[in-house]
Design a protein around this ligand. Structure first.
Ligand code: CP
Length: 323
């Protein structure tokens, strides 16, 4: 693959390649010497036009663990403030010899536009979408998948482990690029059930068509209870106030009462249920604060840890590095 913009066309084999490659890098990261020379001499530019903590830092760390040189760009201190365009910014990084660009932008379509420009210029630069507007966040969905599959089989995480599992995504699905990428990855295999739950304003009916034609089962609920019943994994999502018009914003207290994930609500789930959250979280809104910190249920720290290995895998596979 030249670019990773969306998971819509990812194949089961591609998911398994990412999962297995990430498992190899997790092993590297467990060693005393955590660095490999795989991408030595290559340049990875993190072009973040929107704030980020986890994604930006873990891409940077992943690139460094692969021995690549990294360039970190922050929009607020860049020449964008003097009127330079996004495409001219990307071309500037291309001219410096960048091999891989990791792009985050608040508008859907920017990573694709940069990828198209890189192709038009016949460069070999690979573009990785690190979250664009409400569109997709592929590396987050891949690290979520890796976290779940690694729990089911730490030695050999793979897509088929999802068979027979019920996964619930609860929260602000309408505005969530993470949910869109998760829907693609979690419905990529037959024999699992994916349930989406939120208020009608945050889970419009058209989501029923999302993922149509995929192998997995997708069901929508405007109450949380049917989604949680016998679930094996519950993914919670932040209320993305920055993307909401005022009429969509529920009262936070009411939202927590109706849709917030708490220990009590998890009683309806299967024994051993685990909770994920991509972060950043609004404690006490979409998830109770005590549940976030409870290692019996919460996989949130494991998700962050998985992010480094998964992003190493993506950079490695896109960068054509040699093991
Ligand atoms: N999950 C996620 O994208 O977090 P950041 O915004 O901190 O990168």
């Amino acid at each position: 693959r030249c670019h990773i913009i969306s998971l819509a066309d990812f194949t089961p084999d591609e998911y398994d390649t990412v999962l297995q490659t990430a498992a190899s890098f997790r092993e590297v990261l467990s060693r005393r010497m955590k660095k490999v020379p795989t991408l030595q001499g290559q340049v990875v530019a993190n072009l973040f036009f929107e704030p980020s903590t986890r994604t930006r830092s873990s891409f940077e760390l992943a690139a460094k663990r692969l021995s690549a040189d990294t360039l970190n760009f922050a929009a607020s201190s860049s020449s964008l403030t003097k009127g330079e365009t996004i495409l001219d910014t990307a071309k500037t990084y291309l001219a410096m010899g960048t091999d891989l660009m990791v792009i985050r932008h608040r508008d859907a379509g920017v990573p694709q536009a940069i990828a198209d420009e890189m192709d038009r210029l016949a460069s070999n630069v690979g573009v990785l979408n690190a979250g664009d507007g409400q569109h997709e966040h592929p590396s987050q969905a891949l690290l979520d998948l890796f976290t779940i599959c690694s729990l089911l089989d730490p030695e050999r995480p793979r897509l088929e482990l999802l068979k027979g599992k019920k996964i619930a995504i609860v929260g602000d699905i309408l505005h969530s690029r993470v949910a869109r990428s998760n829907i693609w990855s979690l419905t990529a295999i037959a024999g699992m059930e994916l349930h989406l739950a939120s208020s009608p304003t945050l889970l419009p009916q058209e989501f029923a068509d999302f993922g149509v034609g995929r192998s997995g089962q997708l069901q929508l609920h405007w109450q949380v209870e049917p989604a949680l019943e016998n679930a094996d994994f519950v993914m919670t999502l932040r209320l993305q106030k920055e993307r909401m018009s005022q009429h969509l914003l529920p009262s936070l207290r009411e939202y927590h009462q109706r849709y917030g994930i708490t220990r009590d609500r998890l009683q309806a789930c299967n024994r051993g249920v685990k909770v994920l959250h991509p972060g950043p979280a609004n404690r006490g809104v979409e998830i109770s604060s005590d549940l976030m910190d409870d290692p019996e249920f919460s996989l949130i720290s494991q998700q962050v840890t998985s992010g480094v290995a998964v992003r190493m895998a993506l950079l490695y596979l896109m960068g054509g590095g040699k093991a």
